[in-house]
Write a protein that binds this ligand. Sequence first.
Ligand code: NDP
Ligand code: 2IT
Length: 451
Amino acid sequence: MDSQMKTIYESVIARDPNQPEFHQAVEEVLDSLGPVIDAHPEFLPVVESMVEAERIIQFRVPWYDDSGNLQVNRGFRIQMNSAIGPYKGGLRFHPTVNQSILKFLAFEQVFKNSLTGLPMGGGKGGSDFNPKGKSDPEVMRFCQSFMMELWRHIGADLDVPAGDIGVGGREIGYLFGMYKKLANEFTGVLTGKGRSYGGSLIRPEATGYGLVYFAREMLATKGRSFEGATVAISGSGNVAQFACEKVLDLGGIPVTMSDSGGWIHDPSGIDREKLAWIMDLKNNRRGRISEYAKNFDGVSYSKSEPEPALNGLWDTDVDVALPCATQNEINGEEAKMLVKNGAIAVAEGANMPCTPEAVEVFLDNGILFAPGKASNAGGVATSGLEMSQNSLRLSWTREEVDQRLESIMVEIHKSASETAAKYGMPGNYVAGANIAGFLKVAEAMTAQGMI
Ligand code: NDP
Ligand code: 2IT
């Protein structure tokens, strides 16, 4: 890392020594920015400022469970950067949620949203609430209590949350209903809404579809495609499901999926019928992926270790890997397994699923590697399209939204690869995405007087 960047990195650690995920996300970006600051020394103060959130909101979320007991969770919203548009980014409900994880996600979101070319700043929020095993009324009461505080901090022109881990259509519906009641207005304050109340077609599919569009562009630079390619996918939630669907559309063969309990390997391929079964299992029955191995022949199921990493999923013989579960799920050793097994490309569907060691292994071994802030940007990009439709008070067709999504992903690929080449790191999508995302925000912050 460049010495000026190192000084900034050390000050970030000194300010918040107990935020390892945030440090990791900052380090990855600062590692890329040295050459930009050499070319634009005037942007050094921008870097110093960007690593500090504009505003952090933390609040108590009390709610009553079905047995009448009071439960108390913690809610957050990190408003990271509003230089190029209203704060925008998802809400995560997962027991591991804390300020470090949400700051890392909000920081990534700033660069990702800039890359989409749409006017969106970066934010993230959520709670340590665990939706698993909760009844619908419990989830509803929690969401209503969460919004009872959050509503005063958000707005269609101020901060527009959406889904992330543990927050899907059901939660967005409950959150939107409560916002509408409290604010006494119907606006596009959340994205990922249901179709009947202002949601965009393709938003549920967008992150997974966009990921595969991006990976397709990356593979094409080496004359490769998804046709006949074997694909390892982790996760079995929103991003994983629609990544799987688009891989099938493009002629690929998905062979793995996972959840926090373990992972399945289906050597004959997860076809459309099996994928529909997984979608029903996960979205309606809220069951475990282990059931897949009981339901279909020739499938192996392995339990995960307590940690998301080191669970063996990545030691499969595949051409492409699409990690779509959570942060730090592929470590250096697992990256080496993918290299050994002949993988040609890794594209991040999740946010920061590859550790810095894993990324180094991919780059050193000439594996095509797409960082999440570029390859999973299709979700938030389509959220941006939902905001546009809400402002226009009309809705576009599936085809129109999908075409816009696809062209945004093609543009992000182009911008990341051209920027990497311009700064002397051809093929390095990490550097390309960080630099391209940074430059737009840096110009806007400078023009606005660095406030
Ligand atoms: P979902 O909640 O729909 O699915 C998450 C999946 O990952 C589930 O299968 C879940 O298993 C698994 N998972 C979550 N945490 C862990 C863990 N600690 N260890 C092992 N497995 C885990 O979330 P999404 O699909 O929306 O999000 C997945 C990733 O994609 C996240 O990193 C998110 O930030 C990122 N992302 C999401 C976008 C979106 O539009 N939704 C946009 C861009 C990025 P289980 O059900 O057992 O918990
Ligand atoms: O990480 C992400 O980009 C998301 N969870 C989607 C955010 C959004 O506002 O659609």
